[in-house]
Ligand binder design. Structure first.
Ligand code: NAD
Length: 361
């Protein structure tokens, strides 16, 4: 099958090429998919994308006009894809769910530990050979109440880790997850009870209409004063300006953010020679009580291997007209040859390798 993979980073390219093993003809480019870069999809049946790519209705419409029949996002979240438009146009969409929940959970924990033990101020001090202790007094996680919002696979992986720390874990979810929670020594509670009781809150919900800006000024005032917030799900779960204001007025004590509401065009690119213009992002970065990472919770060797393998699996199924499970998300039931589009081209090889597309958006 002929495909183009957008937003390919050097660190994932080698694994994808190895897993593909010359089976599909995949053009790898570092550019984000936008209307400006859509021409790379000309003549392809599938596009492989990431959460930073633009798959809004106009882009999907254009892809359809160009003959693209399949979209596979190398992410769990699908909030960057207009699924309704894809379905309307008969484009099949696949995502990669549950690829390595512990990668995301461990990153949440890494942010949590770094914040409660003041590792960033400590590192800054040490760089100046200041080995004093007075500003580095931390707290334990043991006996603290940690709230997990969204108890899917990454939330559960975090609960499992935290039970080993001796934390009291509260979870909230729109589904009844009380039995699963109980098995992991956690307790399901109402969202507002979690907010009022937790010392630390970690967010693990998908971004949709029900979760966009779920953390705004009103929500923050329901939290304990001096709460620590961790966001490893999607930036727009936080209403960023409200969160920053609450950090400034001291209601929020510290924040660990792997995602940021306005991260597109900034995260995943080296801006060291091209200053960023987003004043709010700069303010977060410059605040010593904020630990920001550039959407890297997923970025482990283990996760990259699984993401690459399952991406190629999706192409295999589509090429063989065997749509199943998430590979046929927009298809009513199990795919049939009628639902697949055209014969497979299994004899082609990976395009001559090197990343191309030098535009940095
Ligand atoms: P999941 O689908 O397994 O779990 C999501 C959970 O959130 C479900 O249990 C669902 O019922 C619950 N939920 C949905 N809406 C809710 C609401 N309004 N209130 C409370 N709970 C709600 O997903 P996951 O694999 O745990 O991942 C969660 C999200 O994390 C993904 O959707 C993705 O956006 C993000 N993510 C980020 C990274 C990263 O690198 N930072 C990596 C993977 C996933």
């Amino acid at each position: 099958m002929k495909a183009v993979a957008y937003s390919i980073k050097a660190c994932e390219k080698e694994i994808l090429v190895r897993v593909n093993n010359k089976k599909h003809d995949i053009t790898l480019i570092s550019n984000r998919l936008t209307l400006e870069t859509i021409a790379y999809a000309e003549g392809k049946e599938a596009v492989l994308v990431f959460s930073s790519d633009d798959l809004s209705a106009p882009v999907i419409c254009k892809l359809s006009e160009m003959g693209v029949k399949y979209i596979c996002t190398r992410s769990t979240g699908t909030d960057h894809i207009d699924l309704t438009e894809a379905e309307r146009l008969g484009i099949k969409v696949a995502n990669i769910s549950s690829y390595s929940p512990e990668s995301i959970a461990e990153h949440s924990l890494a942010l949590m530990l770094a914040l409660v033990r003041n590792l960033i101020p400590c590192h800054n001090q040490i760089m100046h050979y200041d080995f004093s202790l007075d500003d580095l007094v931390g707290t334990t996680i043991r006996n603290k109440t940690v709230g997990i919002v969204g108890f899917g696979v990454t939330g559960q992986a975090l609960a499992e880790i935290l039970s080993g720390f001796g934390a009291k874990v509260l979870v909230s979810d729109i589904r009844d997850v009380s039995v699963k929670a109980g098995k992991l020594k956690a307790k399901q509670v109402e969202f507002h009870d979690l907010l009022s009781e937790a010392d630390i809150i970690s967010f693990h919900v998908p971004l949709d209409d029900s979760t966009r800006h779920m953390v705004d000024a009103k929500c923050i005032r329901s939290m304990k004063k001096n709460v620590i917030l961790i966001n490893v799900s999607r930036g727009a779960i936080f209403k960023s300006q409200d969160v920053y204001n609450a950090l400034q007025d001291g209601w929020i004590s510290k924040i660990g953010m792997d995602v940021y509401e306005f991260e597109h065009n900034v995260f995943f690119f080296d801006h060291s020679h091209q200053p960023i213009e987003d004043k709010l992002l700069k303010a977060f970065i410059q605040n010593s009580r904020v630990l920001l990472t550039p959407h890297q919770a997923f970025l482990t060797k283990e996760a990259l291997q699984i993401i690459a393998t399952r991406t190629i699996d999706h192409l295999n199924r589509w090429a063989n007209c065997k749509c199943r499970n998430e590979a046929c998300r927009n298809v009513a039931e199990t795919g049939t040859s009628e639902q697949c589009n055209g014969p497979a081209d299994l004899g082609s090889s990976v395009s001559p390798g090197a990343l191309h597309g030098s535009i940095k958006s």
